[in-house]
Design a protein around this ligand. Structure first.
Ligand code: TXA
Ligand code: MG
Length: 318
């Protein structure tokens, strides 16, 4: 494994590795992704092996343009409108896979649908364009663990299972993309993210249905209840932490506490809190505390996505 600063030369080297079927981790505006050539079945199989990811959980295919996405998937007018409004950006759209597209079957876990996204990070788009292939990329963490928002998180989780990690510092949003699909003229929210349900409906006039509570029989495989889990137990909505807990605080009014503590946002800014969430969970976990106690986080806007991740970090583990 080599961690290298992302620049023109390292992107060219990374693209050559990807074309040869190797795994390269790269930054996106959401989290770091573990990339492979989505048209190469063996390369995609390496992603599942490196993460310890169940084969039934399909991957997002990253593209550098809307036209490229249209070669892979069938876009309805509503899907196209969403792509035009939000791409490049943190929105993943699940669509019917084109029968003659050259994606590996493994990418979509045998489903008839494919999840596509055009990321907004300049390193990600340069890498996809230089490779000249669509890139399959889940978050670059061990399956079930906290997603990586820095190159060092990828190195901690995947070590020698990844050939190269392109380092471009901290990611901007800190939470994975919003994932949507459709039911006739409705948008179905499969995973909340930094593009909120209100933004989706305001941009399109379409209704947004939240089908999805974390469950054991998900429509979207990534809705598995336990996910994003640190080693410590996670307790939510805590207003009176126990001494020795690691406290994940939020906002200006923090209870007295003896033990490790990080504040997601001292000013109560949810966007800042989202960007810091996974880093904070990883850092508090390293303190060795048995429990991470999380103060209440409001559900408005991106708060919905933060609470989605926290609920799954706190869910009973398999
Ligand atoms: O922000 C992100 O989306 C990051 C960066 C790297 O782009 N990627 C990411 O990938 O979070 P991953 O694999 O950790 O999450 C993909 C989610 C999973 O919940 C998966 O079940 C769902 O998308 N998904 C993928 N293909 C699907 C499909 N065909 N139908 C339904 N859900 C799908
Ligand atoms: Mg993930």
């Amino acid at each position: 494994m080599a961690v290298v600063p992302a620049n023109k030369t390292s992107i060219e080297n990374a693209a050559a590795l990807l074309r040869a079927g190797e795994l390269v981790a790269f930054p996106t505006e959401t989290v770091y992704g573990l990339g492979a050539d989505a048209t190469n079945g063996e390369a995609v199989a390496r992603i599942f092996a490196a993460k310890g990811r169940p084969r039934f959980n399909p991957l997002i295919v990253h593209v550098a343009s809307i036209a490229e996405a249209q070669n892979l998937a069938e876009f309805s007018p509503l899907a196209l409108l969403l792509a035009e409004k939000f791409w490049p950006g943190p929105l993943t759209i699940v669509l019917k896979r084109r029968p003659n597209c050259n994606l590996s079957e493994l990418v979509t876990a045998g489903l008839e649908t494919v999840a596509v996204r055009m990321p907004a990070h300049p390193i990600a788009t340069a890498l996809i364009a230089t490779t000249g292939r669509p890139l399959a990329a889940p978050s670059a963490n061990r399956s079930g663990h906290v997603s990586p928002t820095r190159a060092s998180h990828v190195a901690d989780d995947l070590r020698d299972k990844v050939t190269m990690i392109l380092d471009a510092g901290e990611t901007q949003h800190g939470l994975e993309s919003t994932v949507v699909t459709f039911d006739r003229d409705q948008i179905l929210l499969l995973r909340p993210g930094s593009i909120t349900a209100d933004e989706l409906s305001d941009a399109t006039g379409a209704a947004v249905e939240r089908t999805l509570k974390a469950s054991t029989t998900p429509i979207s495989p990534g809705q598995l209840a336990s996910h994003y889990a640190p080693t410590a137990r996670v307790r939510l909505d805590v207003t009176h932490p126990v001494p020795g807990d690691a406290l994940l605080a939020f906002g200006p009014h923090v209870p007295d506490h003896t033990g490790p503590m990080l504040n997601l946002s001292e000013t109560g800014d949810l966007i800042e809190a989202a960007a810091r969430l996974f880093w904070a969970l990883r850092t508090l976990d390293l303190s060795g505390a048995a429990t991470i106690a999380v103060m209440p986080i409001p559900h408005d806007g991106i708060g919905e996505a933060i609470n989605d991740r926290l609920n799954r970090a706190a869910a009973p583990r398999p």
